[in-house]
Design a protein around this ligand. Structure first.
Ligand SMILES: Cc1cc2nc3c(=O)[nH]c(=O)nc-3n(C[C@H](O)[C@H](O)[C@H](O)COP(=O)(O)O)c2cc1C
Length: 331
């Protein structure tokens, strides 16, 4: 998610689940081909499995960028056909490509011709006054024919005129049924769903049949996973069926500390890393104190891991005090 996630965020999220597929934010073909690749694409081996999302609409540029992505070691390359920002529209890629399904298929074919890793697409159900029944079928049919390995559908339209990117993530209504109907028509294609999925309960419901329509093949969580990373602690058990214990936020943070120490030794500021864990504890005693210590102390020059350990200690104390109060009132 542009401006939100980065490699530090992915590495933190990886502590909660060994299996969940993590995605980069969108990087444009121009940046990949001409920019600082290590800065844009660099990642830690422990982040696998990892997909890189590209933004672009020139088949040959996408092929060149996909090859670079594969050489970097990514497990999948994904094409963005869902982003509605003005910047993206002026470059004629992102969600406006919903209006050009054959061009998207050409992009997929060009990428498939040069890489061995899966090539996937993330799209909307339509844009503006498109009929989602026709628009999504047209896109899916063409990318399937071009050999796409999976289609992820953000289950709402993007309205390219009149709504900000943020509004375009909330205002156009969600239509999960539309995505299930696509799966019914194209059972051979991996179809994943995204948009407004708040929890693992909701994820499990989408991964099961409903109302005579088939189960979807995958769920993609954006904002919920970012704001409440703790929900990912049960993903390996509940979604992947692994016989493994759930990971608590504290366990995830403790497992993440060696990575933070390594980043600090390379001159990265603590707050750049810990900003992704501000939502790790929600609705528990001490959560606000935890956040406050990280945001006030963590931004100071030279802040080290001790800020994080003191935030965890403050959380512990707040929880002990709360437990004492409950015991007192029960006595
Ligand atoms: C700050 C922000 C940045 C985003 N950047 C991207 C992006 O780079 N690529 C993309 O496919 N979707 C991006 N999205 C959209 C999300 O991936 C997702 O489709 C959308 O938020 C709906 O899913 P959710 O309700 O689970 O968050 C972004 C969303 C947010 C909030």
């Amino acid at each position: 998610m542009m401006d939100w996630t980065d490699r530090h965020c992915r590495m933190f999220h990886r502590q909660f689940s060994a299996r969940a597929l993590l995605y980069t934010e969108m990087v444009t073909t121009g940046a990949v081909i001409h920019g600082d690749r290590e800065k844009l694409l660099g990642f830690s081996g422990a982040e696998h499995p990892l997909a890189c999302q590209l933004g672009g609409s020139e088949p040959q540029d996408l092929a060149a960028a996909a090859r670079i992505v594969e050489d970097f070691g990514y497990d999948e390359v994904n094409l963005n056909v869902g982003c509605p920002s003005d910047r993206v529209q002026s470059g004629s890629f992102g969600a406006c490509l919903m209006q050009e399904p054959q061009l998207v298929a050409d992009c997929v074919a060009a990428m498939k011709a040069v890489v061995k890793i899966p090539v996937t697409v993330k799209c909307r159900i339509g844009v503006d006054d498109q009929d989602p029944e026709e628009a999504l079928d047209a896109l899916a049919d063409r990318v399937l024919a071009a050999g796409v390995d999976a289609l992820w559908v953000h289950a709402r339209k993007a309205w390219l005129k009149g709504l900000s990117p943020k509004e375009n993530r909330d205002i156009p209504p969600l239509d999960y049924g539309r995505v299930r109907r696509l799966k019914a028509r194209l059972p051979q294609l991996f179809i994943g769903i995204n948009g407004g999925i708040p929890s693992l309960n909701a994820s499990e419901a989408l991964l099961a049949e409903a109302d005579g329509l088939p189960a979807l093949d995958g769920v993609m969580l954006g904002r919920a996973a970012y704001h409440d990373p703790a929900l990912m602690g049960a993903v390996d058990r509940r979604i992947y069926g692994l016989e493994t214990g759930d990971v608590s936020p504290r366990q995830a943070i403790e497992a993440y500390i060696p990575y933070i120490e390594d980043c600090l030794s390379r001159g990265i500021r603590l707050s750049h890393i810990t900003r992704h864990m501000l939502g790790a504890f929600t609705a528990v005693p001490g959560a606000r104190l935890f956040r406050r210590i990280l945001t006030v102390e963590g931004v100071k020059a030279g802040a080290g891991v001790e800020v994080l350990t003191s935030a965890l200690a403050a959380l512990d104390e707040a929880q002990e005090r709360a437990a004492d109060r409950i015991a007192d009132s029960a006595a």
